[in-house]
Design a binder for this molecule. Structure first.
Ligand code: ZN
Length: 553
């Protein structure tokens, strides 16, 4: 165990200084920051009871403490750096402080965590501040191998950091101890919020989570979170493990303090109540249709009031699936939360400017956030439709198993296209929840076309974007989308509905038959950037990549 103490010490002594990397100057930093458009996030609190209003204030306070914890988790020197930056009133100092806050540290998260402040490592340490400085995977493994079984579990667990003890030995320290001051404060605030709210499910989540912060056992409160159904929808605690790039074990603190969106929740209930009918009318050979569509994992539509910690670092989440604890997922499943006002902000600040260039200013007038968001909801719901249990050569199987590494791209495209088919079907039925007509159709397909460019912009190595390129190219080939002589894209409204149904039939049939070769051929031919797509995307360089949330006072 003592063998690797020396290199650790050396690493600490010979830190930066000598070959300090160049860091961005004021102009460069402003350019980096401008990739995120500052946007005020609004959510109406009018319908909240007096008790819930008091609870909300306490929860925002708790979420701000989450910021403090996450700063410490990312880098031991973060609190000191932040204090220094707050004293620096020069333009460069102010720019650095703003970007530091957006990234919750001195490394730019969308630039592979490259340093933008002097005097810090050139890149974020892989293990962040969850392990001793300079700690390696091999050191972890050889240390873990000697641990007794219960300790081994904690070493790989979400809620224990690894620290050097006084004897320079390695120790496991639970979060409740490592962040004792912050977690004690958060626990007290959650209890106060629990006392104030009149909603039983919220009360239960807050009381159990307040205990979890001090006991490092989140099981009961994760279960309570799954059952949470209240005007205030809050997610707060240690969740994702992305910031532990060394081993992927340690959970970062994040908070989303949100309000349930009742109008959208009703629309969602309407869509899910028609699942079987939608399945029965899919453009798919009836023998492949599912006679008994299963229950959908719970979905919530909310508006964000405050996000803290990793939940407000770099690119903003517009939706998340939690919890990650496999025990809870096995017993209760997981829940998907969609942040509607974050989606709206992204729509306004990134999708609208993209659309004005790729489909032209005239057509961009048909863009509609309502259509955009309804389609996102339909996408989620239609993941539950179509083939899931299939038979290939007499053997029971699933599309995921048969289509292997292609499944992600194909299933995302299927959900997009089936979402359009489902919405068109309900619009044609004249459902009052989903009014149809020529104008509604123009908005739906125009918004879908424009939004595809926002997805494609991030490169087609990612499953969703590859599936999106396949859709755009296929719909161009079927005449539903057209490329105009000036390079802009448009919708042919006489052909788009048939084109979408035809593409949906192809995708659903590939899944129903588990046709790996067919899926491969389709993705190879269509899941790429053709020259005209490439040209359209090249003109988008200066459009913001994302938003910087500004929370109302
Ligand atoms: Zn999806």
């Amino acid at each position: 165990m003592r063998r690797f103490l020396l290199p650790l010490l050396l690493a600490a002594v010979s830190a930066p200084a000598a070959d300090a990397p160049r860091v961005p100057d004021l102009a460069q930093l402003q350019k980096m920051t401008a990739r995120f458009a500052p946007t005020e996030l609004r959510a109406s609190t009018e319908h909240l009871s007096a008790g819930d209003r008091r609870a909300l204030a306490k929860l925002i306070e708790a979420a701000k403490v989450v910021d403090d914890v996450f700063l410490k988790q990312l880098y031991a020197k973060n609190p000191g750096l932040l204090a220094e930056l707050r004293k620096d009133t020069t333009p460069l100092g102010k720019a650095r402080l703003r970007y530091f806050w957006m990234n919750k540290g001195p490394w730019s998260s969308i630039d592979d965590y490259a340093a933008f402040l002097p005097g810090v490592p050139a890149r974020k340490p892989l293990g962040a501040n969850y392990y001793p400085e300079g700690f390696t995977k091999e050191q972890f493994e050889s240390w873990k191998a000697k641990l007794p079984e219960p300790q081994k579990k904690k070493a790989e667990g979400f809620f224990w950091v690894v620290r050097l003890g006084k004897q320079r030995d390695l120790r496991l320290v639970p979060y409740s101890q490592e962040y004792r001051a912050e977690l004690t404060r958060m626990s007290a605030l959650l209890k106060e919020a629990a006392a104030a709210t009149d909603n039983a499910t919220l009360k239960r989540f807050l009381v159990t989570r307040a205990q979890a912060f001090l006991a490092d056992d989140y099981y009961e409160s994760d279960v309570a979170w799954m059952d949470l159904d209240a005007p205030i929808d809050v997610t707060i605690g240690p969740y994702e493990t992305y910031s532990d790039e060394l081993l992927g074990y340690k959970a970062a603190f994040e908070a989303y303090v949100c309000l349930r969106d009742d109008a959208e929740t009703k629309k969602l209930a309407f869509l899910t109540s028609r699942m079987q009918e939608l399945e029965d009318n899919l453009p798919l050979d009836p023998k492949y249709r599912n006679p008994k569509v299963g229950a959908l994992a719970p979905l919530r539509v909310v508006n964000e009031v405050y996000s803290g910690g990793e939940g407000n670092q770099g690119v903003q989440s517009a939706a998340f699936n939690l919890p990650n604890d496999e025990r809870v997922v096995r017993e209760k499943g997981s829940k998907r939360v969609m942040l509607k006002n974050v989606q709206r902000a992204k729509f306004e600040k990134t999708l609208v400017p993209i659309a004005e260039r790729v489909i032209g200013k005239e057509a961009a007038r048909d863009l509609s956030f309502d259509s955009f968001f309804t389609h996102i909801v339909a996408h989620e719901v239609t993941h539950g439709l179509g083939p899931h249990a299939i038979t290939v050569g007499g053997v029971e199987s699933s599309p995921r198993k048969e289509l292997k590494e292609l499944y992600g791209a194909l299933e995302e495209a299927k959900a997009d296209v089936t979402g359009l088919v489902a919405l068109q079907y309900l619009m044609d039925k004249g459902a009052p929840e989903l009014p149809g007509g020529a104008e509604a159709e123009r908005r739906l397909y125009t918004t879908f076309l424009a939004s595809s460019f926002r997805t494609l912009r991030f490169g087609i190595h990612e499953a969703h974007a590859r599936g999106m390129a396949m859709q755009v190219n296929a719909l161009v080939d079927k005449g539903g989308f057209v490329v105009r002589p000036d390079g802009t894209y448009g919708v042919d409204f006489a052909k788009i509905k048939d084109a979408v149904r035809e593409l949906d039939r192809e995708l659903l049939t590939l899944e129903a038959t588990g046709d790996y070769a067919g899926a491969k051929k389709k993705l190879e031919e269509l899941g790429k950037l053709r020259p005209e797509l490439e040209k359209a995307l090249a003109g988008l360089g200066d459009v913001p990549i994302d938003i910087e949330p500004v929370f109302g006072k």
